[in-house]
Design a protein around this ligand. Sequence first.
Ligand code: GTP
Ligand code: MG
Length: 357
Amino acid sequence: AAATRPNVKLRFLADLSHCLFDFVIQLLPTAEEMSVKEDVRKLLERLIRTIEPDSRLLSFGSTANGFSLRNSDMDLCCLIDSGERLSASDLVTMLGDLLERETKFHVKPLPHARIPIVKLSLDPSPGLPLGIACDIGFENRLALENTRLLMCYAMIDPTRVRTLVLFLKVWSKRRKINSPYKGTLSSYGYVLLVIFFLVHVKNPPVLPNLQQMPPLRPISKEDTHLGANNIWFFDDIEVLRQRWHSENTESVAELLIDFFRYYSRDFLYNTGVASIRAGLLKKESKGWQNDLSPGRVNDARERNRLCIEDPFETEFNVSRCVTKDGLYTIRGEFMRASRILQVRPDRAIVAIAELCA
Ligand code: GTP
Ligand code: MG
């Protein structure tokens, strides 16, 4: 029996990779959903142009980066090209009024939020059996750039990267650990954890570090910076394919098992910062350590339990909303997943069902 064990393990891994792939494929948005969403974007753009004629409405987040699941929300960003323009909060108020008058959307303007947005939702219809949820923000150029960065990472190794990310998104939603408002982590945070793992933890790496690759030709500071933030990364994927390829041949299943093991056991939650730009950093070096000076204790501690550096807004902790309880729950889920995959139920499909139960 001992001699057959390695075979059992190999068979399980091959089977699991296959099942993970099939599992996420069925959860991708349909062509119809994509086209209804594009129609909605165009309609909203036309309406916004009645207020700001020089504006464009662009898609970001999962609808634009290749990590979209069926019924994902739509993240839209309005860019205004003319110099003179209204403030974001005035725009939110005006647009909110306009959409309320002219469309069937339920409209909720949030003009005083940290990032002012209009929240929209549409009731279910035959083309969209689950309705639509959509946020419109203004001038959020960094979000457009980080969307493009994630899209480039997905394009380098579509099968492994997209399967892992999409599976983890479904898993985190089903296990209810994907709600920043309730103290757990956003989808964006999970995607960054996956990329950090593939660039900096895996050896040999599955992905290169796009932000540290030398540019093909010298570029001026104006072209690499948006305000104070360096937004440069190597985005010529065709050239990259000729110049770089991963020595890592692990399957999706092996990577997933190792991902869960790493984040349940090895990641240094108390002192470490996951940075896809610079690798594992120390909370101390960013001033994100638990501040023990009087009066600040709870504040810094609560905000920096889990630290994930934004790729471009490096002073920004993407997981600042994760609370002590939230992190405890997330780590518990990583451990649970690890355990399920270690036991190796005889069929991979059973393991997937149990993971997402
Ligand atoms: P689903 O909506 O769950 O399908 O995932 P998503 O990929 O759209 O992610 P999410 O809704 O969490 O975020 C959408 C986009 O907003 C991301 O791709 C980022 O561009 C941006 N974003 C979200 N959270 C943050 C954040 O904390 N910091 C920054 N800079 N951008 C963020
Ligand atoms: Mg989204």
